[in-house]
Design a protein around this ligand. Sequence first.
Ligand code: FDA
Length: 570
Amino acid sequence: MLTTRPTSLCVGFFLLFLSLPLSTLSQPSMSSDSVYDSFLKCLSEKTKTPQSQIAKIVFSQTNPSYTSVLRAYIRNARFNKSSTPKPTIIVTPLSESHVSAAVLCSKPLDFVFKIRSGGHDYDGLSYISDKPFFILDLSNLRDVSVDLADQTAWISAGATLGEVYYRIWEKSKTLGFPAGVCPTVGVGGHLSGAGYGNMLRKFGLTADHFIDAKMVDVNGAVLDRKAMGEDLFWAISGGGGGSFGVVLGYKVKLVPVPATVTVFRVEQLMAAGAVDMVHKWQFVGPKTDKNLFMRMLIQPVTRNKVKTIRATVVALYLGKADDVVSLLAKELPELALKKENCTEMTWFQSALWWDNRVNATQTDPKVFLDRNLDSSSPGKRKSDYVATEIPRSGIVSLFNKMIELGKIGLVFNPYGGRMAEIAEDATPFPHRNMLFKIQYSVNWKESSPELEKGYLNQAKVLHSFMTGFVSKNPRGAYLNYRDVDIGVNDHGENSYKEGEVYGRMYFGKNFDRLVKIKTAVDPGNFFRNEQSIPTLPIAKRTGVTERGTAKRWSGAGGATIVASVLLHVF
Ligand code: FDA
């Protein structure tokens, strides 16, 4: 057993130097100048702001700041190339009324309307499209206000998780929030897609802590929970951003954290017993004390010129080091955890440590306010769920396959605890009773298209290799680990069928309710992306009632849809 030098849990920083922009405008009827002019005029009228002023938040491709605004929140360098499709316009609202106006002014122009908060979508869906598109970039809407009296916070879509943790820490050392481990992830995508972090066994998903929300709907109306109703509130509590409207923010319940928590990182190579340790971990990680979250990283490495597998447990224990050492001596002796592997610290410092700040106890908390603009490496992620422990022989064959592939790694995130106590339909996220989630993870530095193809292929091959070991009918996937390989939607006449493929993998039975809600709140499918929730085909809409105003809308693929208006009950 060895303690290890940390490898990055977040995407490492690697800049590709690429020339931008390349015009991708292919709108048949309007030049980019007239699109810009007409959008600006509309925005100025709707917000009652002079055009010269509102122009400061609208970036056409000829604006000198266009490239830096676009690239600031591209968090996967795979999509930061000169060949990557570029938006015709980027809008960076400063207020709710700007968001409403942007929705209303985009509708008649028939561009795909991409919404971006932190830009961490693994397949770049918040900032790329193969059709002409706009980007609504919410990074300026970043208020986080913490209310100690009722232990809640309003967090805006454009805030990062680092900012959320920092603002909580400023006010309280014994309150925390159960969200993701990477501080630059954005609230808008992360929370609307369910969200999880290293307290999920104790407190469940991020979405389990929503009290209220604010969003702008397809009619430009700003809705809170009461105004949107429980169905729509349910849908944006894990059903994903970009299908139902623009999320402005959430009111969340904070959670109590102990004054002292413990972190540790321990690794084993194959020769030192990694197979047995990983095999046994499956029986312990998802069943042990709820206060313990032990993530397992499995990575091919070369040691003494021999390829092998390194298995690393990275853990957070909501308690003292002595207690977790004696717990794991009983439950997982294969890990051989010692007190010297453990560090006690505050919960906020543990968030810094999980972000690979080795000296977390000495680190300035303000680093969590740093957004690290325009920094990322190219990468690919996929996901799976495991319902039954993989046999020891399966772990051996998996390790051998990973050695053969050479680069791709896996991350096992244990469930159980609070996760298994919550009903599968309480939120759109259905995978509550799984033992653990697998993330397939590969990042690279080279900009060679050939190598990129090879790395992407490794992800596909390993995913296919795992078929016999993971959930079935449907095979599960985690929405926030966006993966366009599992299906995309062209929003033409087969939209529902196409949506059902990835929709069932992400949402299981909850897909049906999401489709009904989508059909009711956005019948013309204005809010769409390559993996958004589809509307019901017109022929199947009996019994699904729609809310909102009637609107002729020319949808993707050129079909004109007339949304009839009934008042909603379902
Ligand atoms: P981004 O802005 O790219 O949006 C993602 C999706 O949500 C897009 O479809 C977008 O259109 C939509 N969207 C964004 N803002 C919206 C809004 N305001 N209204 C409506 N729709 C909106 N996940 C996790 O659960 N736990 C974790 O620990 C991590 N860790 C992690 C680390 C790193 C380095 C990355 C790159 C990603 C993760 N993730 C994660 C995954 C992350 O939760 C997921 O990518 C989120 O969707 C990112 O949200 P952003 O707002 O940053 O993304």
